[in-house]
Design a protein around this ligand. Sequence first.
Ligand code: ADP
Ligand code: MG
Length: 254
Amino acid sequence: MLEVRDLTKSFGGLTAVRGVTTRFEKGRITAVIGPNGAGKSTFFNLVSGMHKPTSGRILFDGADVTGLRPDRMAVRGAARSFQTTHLFDKASVLDNLIVGHRLRTRSTFWDVLLNTPRLRADERACRDKAEQVLEFVGLTAIAHRLAGEISQEGRKRVAFALALATDPKILLLDEPAGGVNPDETAGLADLIRKMAASGLTVCLIEHKMDMIMSLADKIVVLDHGEMIAEGPPAAIRGDARVIEAYLGADYVAA
Ligand code: ADP
Ligand code: MG
């Protein structure tokens, strides 16, 4: 589905991602972990087209997509969510989805001015899509609440819904459970499982190790920009280099 080969990104003298080769399989959940500054966000920025790699290749569905801009990556089916969720707090959850989706449809300024059939068809399609993804993420009951008044977990679900509305094949989630309590974390993990079960390829950055260990099919460990290990949770948990660089003896004992 998505494959990176010898991917490297340097900022001046600093190499944030160095020679990473790995792949993300369709319908599977891959977690990228590592200490602060390890290169996780940079890796996401490379895969989503926000940064151009210094060297290396990115292959998506068999096509070479190295260096494509974020909008081109989005069209091909790569969607990402960010660490902080920016919503229109004074608009309803549903309207946030409709606006988010409208920004990506074909209607032009002239369509809006002239209220063309294309505009009306687009509006219908946006609303249908918004309702469909809100249902998927479990927000139908609060679709008409103001986005500024819902819980942090609810906001995370809206962010997932915004990404899902683009009909992605791969979803890149940056700390999807950041700032939410353990119960809510479990709920978000269930939702991520549901997304993968529906055929989506999921890649996430997360610090909550209990969540990762129960959720991920594969874990990629970065340290100082290099991939020091990859494999299923059980193997990563016992990997001496990973314990030293990231997990620490405390985690393993616990
Ligand atoms: P992580 O997400 O794992 O905490 P980052 O990918 O954000 O790590 O950062 C990896 C390294 O790259 C850090 O040393 C960071 O300071 C550096 N870095 C990240 N983005 C930039 C940038 N746009 N310009 C210069 N240095 C950057
Ligand atoms: Mg980061």
